[in-house]
Write a protein that binds this ligand. Sequence first.
Ligand code: NDP
Length: 285
Amino acid sequence: MSATIIDGKAVAARVRAEVGRDVAALCERAGRAPGLATILVGDDPASAVYVANKRKACAEAGIADFHQHLPAGASQDDVAAVIEENNGNPEVSGILLQLPVPKGLNGKELTALIDADKDVDGLTHVSAGRLMQGAAGLRPCTPLGVVELLDSYSVALEGAEVVVVGRSDLVGKPVAFLLLERNATVTMCHSRTRELAAVCARADVLIAAVGRTEMIGPDHVKPGAAVIDVGINRTEDGLKGDVKFDAVAQKAGLLTPVPGGVGPMTIAMLLRNTVIAARLAAGET
Ligand code: NDP
């Protein structure tokens, strides 16, 4: 068997085009564009690139840009004040605090200050609770991107055996809850899981979100399974996923590449979340 390779760039481009149309329609109805406030603290080059990419994508979709860059020496109170200011600004639909924040600041505490209705990263305690209880709310972007890819390739989720490797608050847990919401039977694995390969090999849908280069091989994969590789690992040979791509492609039915799989989806779903937040603020459902 040779897997169909999931084209994350194409799916992300479709989502971004849809968001662009939604933004234009919302501008007509609400009289103003949705706005995204990106908050960058310090001068970490990778974070600066991530934020720049998000702002560029927003501009392309017609979303208003409310960027704030604070110096590395900013205090917890300084960053908290900027978050509170954005919470109270009706022109700001979504707020994104770029993580990690510099040493000395508490990123979790700062994230928790974001108004859950503007929490376009879906990382506040309130957003996590809403997801767990199946209440309406904003969901984390990368997990949403994973589900969008599966839906785009018509992968049946109801009753499917899904195995998620990784249990972070950012990816593993929320993707597991999103798929539980879709009536999959979800198993979550982590560093203490026994017989990992055997557990993974039960999966109709296998999601790797670990951050260990090519740790998932063909032994972990049921023939014909859909395999989604969230991992991004920087190696001497360039970016690699958590999945041994060439070997797993011989066994899986569907497979995401790295790069070009889940990666492009994260920003696309951030844009969509910003539109959802703007709609909610405008009293639309
Ligand atoms: P974390 O480091 O927060 O979590 C990693 C998880 O993997 C943990 O739950 C850990 O288990 C588990 N784990 C570690 N080693 C093993 C092992 N040997 N066997 C089984 N499980 C193991 O990472 P993130 O969730 O933040 O990110 C995961 C990957 O996804 C990274 O490569 C990251 O770069 C990438 N990523 C990609 C994004 C994208 O846009 N494509 C967005 C976000 C992340 P335990 O809890 O027991 O320690």
